[in-house]
Ligand binder design. Structure first.
Ligand SMILES: Nc1ncnc2c1ncn2[C@@H]1O[C@H](COP(=O)(O)OP(=O)(O)OP(=O)(O)O)[C@@H](O)[C@H]1O
Ligand SMILES: O=c1[nH]c(=O)c2[nH+]cn([C@@H]3O[C@H](COP(=O)(O)O)[C@@H](O)[C@H]3O)c2[nH]1
Ligand SMILES: NC(=O)CC[C@H](N)C(=O)O
Ligand SMILES: [Mg+2]
Length: 526
């Protein structure tokens, strides 16, 4: 059967995760996908009648609210008319109880941390191979009695209703969080729910996704229309571009903007590995002067970010006008490398969070350009994108590159960004990364780079006094870039890098290593 142009959930069996705002909600989706079941998260306010696909099962996530509060969010009751298995986790279970008798209230004591699961009903398919395991609790409210039509299927010391099940329907509630790794057998429990209870097929593999997605793109774009896209040489845009190339060949036009704050030799490298190596139809636009002129005299980090973001859009739009489609028609589509975490962020049921810094890339083009958007990676997490990249034959080193921010070295040169300052930061960064690679550490580190600080310091070289700037090195380990810890290099490694940078980079007299985690710091310095 040929896949239709509908979304992925129409092609793969899908578990719907309704998000009540727990910090762990997206992990439920992750865990399910780890055993090849496609899962998609939508806000708890999702109207079931607006779904264009039918889930194989539904999970109600945890959340920070109390179900009995006046402003607490509640699930669309139509979810019960889908007649598919439902499982509530923490808030999700309390919601099931609230809807069936309102026996939920504040617990005498809050419960954060480990508990031992004591299964009462061993015949329950949810608990195959999970009895007596450690589960993770994080709640202050609890059930004060059994909801109508339910029975207790597991207890723990502090939770007499640790897990409940409906007497006749496939509806379950669990007080603990199976999605966090501290729940030792949580993943097995989630699999039991999805596979044994929901009967979801375990066919969500990147191999299957490639075929589905290429077909989807071809049907969406049709036989003649053409597509443009911004590519940076980063992982996401390269994988998206390669997928487009596989789907529609030269009808895809990639544009790379050399904004003057890219890594050393980056534009030439990208031209080579994307253009020649992967056969992608690529134009590299040298807009360095334009960017650097606009950045002249600007030192405020947010101002720099805004200038770069706006200039990106400006240059991209101008260059898109210059692309002459083979068909003679107008370009119809714009490719974007949006990933699932971006989607989650925009749908998450959490309300606005504070802006720490404005992340700027080539976004916000759509309205002006009247282009239709194609986002082939919007269902994928970063590691899935990397796996996809490997399967598409993109070289390993490229697939595993550290992320590089859109504003580039401009946010790594503190203070005013000039050609000279960029050149210093670039050289130092190049040496640092080269040494990291030589030491076999590149893949152990999530991201590493050098920053140029706008301070001068006294040194002595060849009996001469020097008075030059300072380079700060940063290397972090993280899984999601939301929190991060600094990487514990051996002292000899740091010694070698520092010595090379001071010796080889004119304008630098001193090197420091940044040992701040995120929070309280961020990954980038600006
Ligand atoms: N110099 C550039 N030229 C053209 N497009 C760019 C440039 N820098 C960023 N972009 C666009 O902004 C998007 C987002 O940047 P982002 O850094 O998040 O992704 P990436 O560069 O593709 O991958 P990575 O996370 O590995 O750096 C890119 O996918 C690309 O479309
Ligand atoms: O594409 C991007 N455009 C940006 O404007 C931007 N700012 C930060 N980053 C990257 O995001 C991650 C977290 O960075 P921060 O802790 O500094 O916010 C790190 O990986 C940063 O490199 C950006 N990426
Ligand atoms: N983690 C949760 O879902 C917590 C649910 C609810 N807010 C409680 O404290 O019990
Ligand atoms: Mg990037």
């Amino acid at each position: 059967m040929a896949p239709t142009v509908e979304e992925v959930p129409s092609v793969f069996d899908t578990i719907l995760v309704l998000d009540f705002g727990s910090q762990y909600s997206h992990l439920i989706t992750r865990r399910l996908r780890e055993f090849n079941i496609y899962a998609e998260m939508l806000p708890c306010t999702q109207k079931i009648k607006d779904l264009t696909w039918k889930p194989k099962g539904v999970i109600l996530s945890g959340g920070p609210y109390s179900v009995y509060a006046a402003d607490a969010p509640h699930v669309d009751p139509a979810v019960f008319d889908l007649n598919v298995p439902i499982m509530g986790i923490c808030y999700g279970m309390q919601e099931l109880a609230w809807l069936n008798g309102k026996k939920v209230g504040r617990g005498e004591k809050r419960e954060y941390g480990p508990a031992t699961l004591n299964v009462l009903d061993q015949s329950c398919p949810l608990f195959e191979n999970v009895d007596h395991s450690i589960v993770w609790m994080s709640h202050g409210d609890k059930l004060h009695g059994l909801p109508a039509g339910f029975k207790t299927i597991a207890t723990s010391d502090n939770s007499p209703f640790c897990a409940i099940a409906h007497e006749s329907k496939e509806i379950y509630g669990i007080q603990f969080h199976p999605e966090v790794t501290h729940s030792k057998k949580g993943k097995i429990l989630l699999r039991n729910f999805a596979v044994s209870i929901c009967k979801a097929a375990q066919n969500w593999t990147m191999e299957n996704f490639i075929d589905t997605e290429i077909n989807r793109i071809r049907q969406l774009v049709g036989p003649t229309a053409e597509v443009i896209g911004a590519v940076s040489g980063g992982v996401d845009s390269t994988v998206a571009a390669k997928l487009m190339k596989e789907a529609i060949g030269d009808r895809f036009h990639a544009i790379m903007v050399d904004n003057g704050v890219l890594r050393l030799n980056e534009a030439e490298n990208v031209k080579q590995f994307l253009g020649e190596g992967l056969g992608i139809n690529l134009s590299v636009i040298d807009a360095a002067d334009e960017f650097l002129t606009k950045l002249k005299g600007v030192t405020d980090p947010e101002k720099k970010r805004k200038i770069i973001g706006n200039t990106f859009i400006h240059v991209f739009e101008r260059e898109a006008e210059n692309i002459k489609p083979k068909s003679g028609e107008e370009i119809e589509f714009l490719l974007q490398g949006t990933l699932y975490p971006d989607v989650i962020e925009s749908i998450s049921f959490k309300g606005p969070s504070q802006t720490i810094k404005t992340h700027h890339n080539v976004g916000g083009l759509l309205e002006n350009m009247k282009l239709k958007l194609i986002e082939p990676l919007r269902e994928l997490f970063k590691d899935e994108v990397r796996h996809l990249g490997e399967l598409l034959g993109i070289p390993h080193d490229l697939v595993w590159r550290h992320p590089f921010p859109g504003p580039g070295i401009a946010i790594r040169v503190l203070g005013e960004v000039t050609r000279e300052q960029v050149a210093i930061a670039r050289k130092a960064d190049h040496i640092y990364i080269e040494e990291i690679r030589k030491a076999g550490l590149y893949n152990k580190i999530s991201q590493a780079f050098a920053c140029l600080l706008p301070v001068k310091s006294v040194g002595v070289m060849g009996d001469q006094r020097t008075y030059e700037q300072v380079i700060a090195l940063r290397a972090i380990e993280t899984t999601d870039f939301m929190t991060a810890d600094w990487f514990p290099f051996e002292h000899d490694f740091l010694k070698k890098v520092a010595s090379r940078i001071v010796n080889e980079v004119d304008g630098v007299a001193r090197v420091t290593y940044d040992i701040t985690s995120k929070p309280p710091a961020t990954v980038e310095w600006e």
